[in-house]
Design a protein around this ligand. Structure first.
Ligand code: HEC
Length: 111
């Protein structure tokens, strides 16, 4: 069984039965890895490793409670403007990058 035969239906649920094409997901993953994984880790849950050099431990992005608390618009706001000890990323990311990163962050609790 190909991995995508499981992955795509799962994502279809997340995206309101409108599964994004794989190429878009790959772009979303690389945008996340470039901009976020240095502090939050490749799976969103290893931020503790970055805590030593930051004022606060980066949030666990794979946490379902955190995901439920933040709407897509709030996530975009945090990415663009930062929050607390998290620096802003708006200057380095296109509008499309921000959208793709939100898409990828929403898949992290499933990984
Ligand atoms: C330089 C390290 C760093 C980078 C890079 C970084 N973050 Fe963070 N992030 C943090 C820290 C530290 C916190 C905790 C902030 C606090 O509680 O003061 C955080 C918190 C968050 C939160 C939780 C906000 C809340 O309301 O609780 C989200 C969501 C988030 N980051 C998403 C991202 C995304 C998406 C990216 C990539 C665009 C990213 N972060 C890049 C350090 C980083």
């Amino acid at each position: 069984m190909r991995a995508s035969s499981l992955l795509l239906p799962t994502l279809a649920l997340l995206a309101g039965c409108n599964a994004p094409p794989r190429t878009q997901l790959q772009r979303a993953e690389s945008a996340y890895l470039r901009a976020c994984s240095g502090c939050h880790g490749p799976r969103g849950d290893t931020g503790a490793a970055a805590a030593a050099r930051l004022a606060r431990t980066p949030a666990d992005l794979s946490d379902r409670a955190l995901q439920a608390r933040l709407s897509d618009e709030e996530l975009k706001h945090v990415i663009r403007h930062g929050r607390g000890a998290m620096p802003p990323h708006g200057a380095n990311l296109s509008e499309q990058d921000v959208e793709l990163i939100v898409l990828w962050v929403r898949t992290l609790p499933l990984r």
